[in-house]
Design a protein. Sequence first.
Length: 398
Amino acid sequence: MSHANEVYWSVLQTGEVVPLAIAGPGTGKTRSVEAFGRAAGRQVYTFIGSISEPTDLGGFPLPVADAGHMAMVPPKWAISMQGAPWILFLDELTCNAPAVQAAMLRVITDKRIGDFELPKDTWICSACNPPDQAANGTELEMPMANRLFHHKWISNEDAWDSGMMNGWETIVPAFTPLPPDWRNGLGRVGAKIAAFRRVKPSLWSKPPEDRSKRGGPWPSPRSWTMAGICLAAVEAVAPQVPYTDPQTKKVSMVWSDNSLRYQAVAGCVGDDAAHEFSKWEKTLDLPDPEKVLQDVIAASKAGRLLNGEVPILERADQTLAFLGALCDRVLHHDLCRERWEAGMEVIGSMWCSWKELCIIGAQPMSAAYQAGWKIPAEYASEAMPLMVRAGMFGGLKA
């Protein structure tokens, strides 16, 4: 079972997507971020845009002596973030004037303040009250809203009770540390989202027409990219577990918390797009990539040709999603020559039916190629020249 606001803390720990906690005044957002920082071994700097100027984020212009140009000098708090892990907390976002919101865009996207770049391991998060509950509240501008992961904050009653009884000395938000290898899931998740785009191209970029929804999450190439990062993160903290069908007794792997997975997508692209993605995902019925690999390896060891080991998928979206899962199993679960060659054998077997998708699917595999590893003959003769010219397979001569 996930903790309250688990998805918020998981997204924050990626360091790549900025989560936004949305709730009314007095619900513990700021204090929870400060407590999380202490638990994570990070200092927290709270920036409140409503009492700041755009130059506090864009930098102060200062002449550079004898250089003939101006430099945009960052404030002291930004310089202080060098040399130690920090969390930059952008609080009270819906109290910010549009000019301050605009200045924040580059901070959120690039971690830059003027000519100064924050350390790459800086985590950034944010919070706000709904505009109608904020002091001089205003809706988020669309460019700002599209850069954030939107999360409806949940107040933890048990933690509040405990804090009331011990003087608020030891309260720490419950969260699961993000595993160091969480990024390994990006390719698999990305392949699935790319497959969904082919089925629902209208949801790839769909700015809201309703003005009341422009300050919330909505689909764009950027927010779908963010959704992939968030989904990989929550799948790392809530991985798959075995499930036995009570009727067939068949054992399969299922995600341990689909609610977290849904929130990871909806917080970036909105409920409508997330609902369509979730509904589509249930129709995939993908083969187990590990079983396919093992069947191909067994056939190779027996010295026989493949005969039914590689599934024939009828839909392009199924094929692309399966190839993403296959590459994930090969590259991030005991990568070796035997498993790599089996993976390429699967891709080669699907070549005649799905040539374009097999080229896309082999791109992650090409990065792991080592000299002498076997590539299926038909795939090598047709696809390899194109891929080698694109710089894949380590410069292997076509």
